[in-house]
Design a protein around this ligand. Sequence first.
Ligand SMILES: [Cu+2]
Length: 330
Amino acid sequence: MSSAAETPAVGAEAPARSEPAHGWRLFTIWLVLALAADLLIWFFLYPHLPPGRMSSSATHQQFDIAVLIITATPVIVAVVLYFVYAIVVWRARPGDDSDGPPIYGHTGVQATWIIGTSAIVLWLFVFGTVELIGPAGAGAGEGPSPIWKLAGHQTATWTPGSNDMLQVQVIGQQWTWSYRYPQFGGFETTQLMLPIDTPITFHVTSLDVIHSFWAYQLGVKADANPAVDNVAYTTAKQMGSFVVRCSELCGIWHGAMFDYGQVVPQSAFAAWAHAVQAKEQSDGLLAALPPFALTYDPTVIPQLGKALVNVVGVTGAPGYYYGPANPVTP
Ligand SMILES: [Cu+2]
């Protein structure tokens, strides 16, 4: 590495010392520290990282975050190590008023820097691309016609045990979420129920302002925009409840716009869905709802809301229901 001052500095009491191989020394210390830090992260931090492993997309996201931390940590270790090493080893000794040697470039350091940073950037590019394609969009909203589609059959009905994709429409409005299941007569509910181990297609839309459907533990986040069908995919891998939040400031009660979804066994889901469908059929709600569509025209909400209150005693503000001109006259 750099040699000591060629001429002894005036007043320097120590004779010119031979410099140790700082580069190799730094590299060895860095290697040990970086390896130790990455191993600790992999075994102790990774399993606890958000958003957990409740779905295919969540599992991928947890893995992605772990890999990014493991990529970044050696860089952070290198920076901090260099600072500490420089302060300890290269600090001015008492009484040493000499200048450091003038250095004009160092091919080895420059080449290492360029190769190292290029390798990191290329690795992140490849890794990011693979992880985006693998889980078919990584749980993000991809617009009305996604490039990547989750494995599974697009079918008009859904049966347990099949590889059929379950279609779930997510409808945001100030300030609640509702859900429609087009493979079960298009019934609407405020309960988000999902079968386990089933590829799911969310169709996210809004009736008024912009919202964002964020099923935290599922690792799904998709903008809910009026007149837009925003598609997001996932497959639930663990039973239990998850949080749904609105993730886009949408008015005064935005903070209260959350509820909980459930992942249940496939047979339990089918039983629930058939029961809700039958109930909404018998009480007239299914007939009164607008036909299932990927987006809805919110201008007819008030009329339809009034009609539904009369039909099935639905309470709440006018405008809870919506749809294209499809007035119900009680
Ligand atoms: Cu909202």
